[in-house]
Design a protein around this ligand. Structure first.
Ligand code: HEC
Length: 118
């Protein structure tokens, strides 16, 4: 019985910690100052092919579990990495490979993606 109880409390603690983390991550991501409609158009043209499918380990749009830890970085870092490109676990090309996009258009697309799981 003792074992079952301690097992349960560990489970509760892990659940709580996860809940708090997710809450903190979401508040770090305020998307209200971005042009979401423009972001959706940019996304459809330049981001969708990887982020709809999750190809090359891209976090899938609309799938919360793919984004929970990433969101904790906050919008500024997410946008900077999207503009400059980076290769932590996969290969996110600078501006999704469409160098004609402005920094603001990429930021709008990131905001559109983040909004899908808020
Ligand atoms: C060629 C495929 C590809 C395209 C096109 C692409 N991405 Fe990505 N993206 C990735 C991959 C792969 C990752 C994960 C890279 C990693 O974590 O190492 C990623 C990660 C991201 C992340 C998470 C960043 C982080 O810090 O965790 C954001 C935000 C993002 N992409 C935005 C965009 C936007 C906006 C566009 C369109 C302008 C776009 N991506 C186009 C492949 C792509």
């Amino acid at each position: 019985m003792k074992k079952v109880l301690s097992g349960l409390s560990v489970f509760t603690l892990v659940g709580l910690a996860f809940g708090l983390d997710a809450g903190a991550a979401l508040t770090a991501c305020d998307v209200t100052k971005y042009d979401i409609a423009n972001g959706e158009a940019v996304y459809a043209k330049s981001c969708k092919m990887c982020h709809d499918t999750g190809i090359m380990k891209a976090p899938k749009t609309g799938i919360k579990a793919d984004w929970t830890t990433r969101l904790g970085q906050g919008m500024d870092i997410l946008i900077k990495k999207s503009n400059e490109g980076y290769t932590d676990v996969g290969n996110m090309p600078a501006k999704g490979g469409n160098t004609a996009l402005t920094d603001a258009e990429v930021a709008n697309a990131v905001a559109y993606m983040v909004k899908q799981i808020l």
